[in-house]
Design a protein around this ligand. Structure first.
Ligand SMILES: Cc1cc2nc3c(=O)[nH]c(=O)nc-3n(C[C@H](O)[C@H](O)[C@H](O)COP(=O)(O)OP(=O)(O)OC[C@H]3O[C@@H](n4cnc5c(N)ncnc54)[C@H](O)[C@@H]3O)c2cc1C
Length: 493
């Protein structure tokens, strides 16, 4: 009997907690009144439920945070007020920009406050034409289009729907990194609201240690409300991008990855060339095995024949080629706002491994694990991304917290399935086995790109194995976020 009443007490508590919390926090009129626009607050129990759900929806439904309130901030002051309010109420908070961060630790935000940055999406090019100032909620696709319309470009990433600031915080890989370095390398200065609500500027001259830290470990320190970035003229020879996809059956795997290694080894690696090698299921092409798709992007009117000839020689099942512009490259990857790569609401599990070269035996083992996934996972893909690294490697490795300038390749399964908690553990097991297979032939320890990180990696795997890096990050964490308010994305511990 005592057991039953405790059980009922716990059930009642579980049901009532969100309601009680929303009474305590969500509908706090004096907090809402401090915003210019009453519609800035979204609640799970309000008539605007759809808006609340849309604002909460994430690229991965697995490990999702839950909110009792989402504040759609429009100014830096509103970000400050919301953080101070969350501190007073001892409630966790999470910045929401593109909503694509899928690391498992974001799911530890329970009954938290979402600080939605969608209304902070303006940008302008400075009068000297050398930099753009963007607000904290600007999306990657919007930045590409805005700059392109002004004859400019910078290091932008491969998906329109992803926020631009969050990638910077972890480094930021993309199309033009061979020419300009990482997205983080474009940052000239940023305004940051810290855990205590103070807004500060960071740059090479103002708070330089923090400026170093936010370019690689930046999710740990504050909310970026605006950033000044380097931009560049689009030269006439850079206006076009050639995009080709080649579809192969799996028996070509060894030859394809050997070919990719040859490109990586080439002393004259083109700055504007990117390759993706992708495993996917397409029973029309091969009912028994995943297929391999090779995507090549080249910033010019066409891809030099020396790179396509070996691919044609392997008798692809299908080839599709087009010429486009920088925005069109994302479209080619199905990564515009309405493209399948951006689709929200599925559950996804990644297990990233960064490498300097493909070990072909390991790739085959990873392929075999991928090939054996149950049919509920047949919308999954396994990605190997090879962005040009010319300029990334030239920049002083110690100048930012990004720890892997020697890395040349990003590999990860993207296990994709309809939300179903019973599949989460299976997805994790599969992704573990793929990660193990990929590492087997690598002589180095696990290196995982923080923006793809799963959440179970060691501090060293995501922030670097050189002891000074973690020592510095830990010191800065203690100084700027002593109570761990920014501990929900790859927290420094
Ligand atoms: C389809 C897809 C394509 C991708 N392509 C690339 C790519 O080409 N290159 C690459 O490097 N990465 C890429 N990524 C990884 C991407 O960098 C991360 O998923 C990133 O976290 C997404 O940022 P977001 O703003 O969309 O997500 P969110 O979930 O909104 O943000 C991610 C994290 O950053 C925090 N955050 C967001 N905005 C701010 C801010 N202004 N200040 C402080 N913290 C903030 C959030 O609180 C959260 O912890 C891709 C991811 C996906 C899903």
């Amino acid at each position: 009997m005592a057991y039953l009443s405790i059980r009922w007490f716990l059930i009642t508590l579980a049901v009532l907690t969100p309601v009680l919390l929303s009474l305590r926090l969500g509908h706090d009129r004096s907090f809402a009144a401090s915003f210019h626009d009453g519609a800035s607050m979204l609640y799970p129990d309000s008539v605007d439920l759809k808006e609340f759900e849309d604002a909460s929806l994430r690229w991965s439904a697995a490990d999702s945070p839950t909110y009792i309130m989402i504040v759609r901030v429009a100014t830096e002051v509103e970000v400050q007020r919301t953080i101070l309010y969350a501190n007073r109420k001892r409630t966790p908070f999470l910045a929401i920009s593109g909503g694509h961060g899928q690391t498992s630790t974001v799911g530890k935000v329970k009954n938290g406050i979402g600080i939605h940055l969608g209304r902070m999406s303006s940008m302008y090019i400075d009068t000297d034409g050398q930099s753009v100032v963007i607000q904290g909620g600007v999306r990657n696709g919007a930045l590409i289009s805005y700059l392109w319309a002004h004859g400019k470009q910078t290091m932008t990433t491969g998906c329109d729907c992803v926020g631009y600031i969050a990638p910077i915080l972890g480094g930021g890989h993309g199309w033009l990194q061979g020419r300009y370095g990482l997205a983080a390398d474009q940052l000239i200065s940023a305004r940051l609201v810290l855990a205590n609500g103070t807004a500060i500027e960071v740059s090479q001259v103002r708070n330089p240690d923090l400026f170093w830290a936010i370019r690689g470990a930046g999710h740990n320190f504050g909310i970026v409300t605006s950033a000044r970035l380097k931009i560049y003229d689009v030269e006439p020879s850079q206006k076009q991008w050639a995009a080709s996809s080649f579809v192969f059956t799996h028996d070509k795997l060894e030859s394809l990855f050997a070919m990719a290694n040859n490109i990586l080894d080439s002393p004259n690696r083109p700055v504007g060339m990117v390759h993706y090698l992708v495993f996917a299921f397409n029973p029309d092409v091969d009912p028994n095995h995943p297929i391999i798709v090779v995507w090549i992007y080249y910033q010019a009117a066409s891809i030099p024949f020396q790179y396509t000839r070996p691919l044609y020689a392997l008798s692809p099942v299908a080839v599709e080629s087009s010429t486009t512009d920088l925005a069109g490259v994302n479209a080619h990857l199905y990564a515009t706002d309405d493209g399948v790569a951006c689709a929200k609401g599925f559950s996804r599990k990644l297990a990233p491994v960064s490498l300097q070269r493909y070990d072909i035996g390991s790739i085959r083992k990873a392929f075999d694990v991928f090939a054996g996934v149950p049919s509920s996972f047949h919308n999954s893909v396994m990605f190997a991304e090879g962005y040009a690294t010319n300029r990334v490697e030239e920049i002083d490795a110690n100048s930012t917290a990004f720890p892997d300038r020697a890395g040349k390749l990003l590999l990860s399964p993207i296990l994709t399935y309809l939300p179903n908690a019973s599949l989460d553990a299976i997805a994790e097991d599969i992704s573990n086995r793929i990660r193990d297979a990929l590492l087997e032939g690598s002589s180095s320890k696990l290196v995982s790109y923080v923006n793809y990180a799963r959440g179970d990696e060691s501090m060293e795997a995501i922030y670097g194995y050189e002891p000074w890096r973690l020592e510095k990050l830990r010191r800065l964490k203690k100084e700027y976020d002593p109570f761990g308010r920014f501990n929900y994305y790859a927290p420094i511990s």
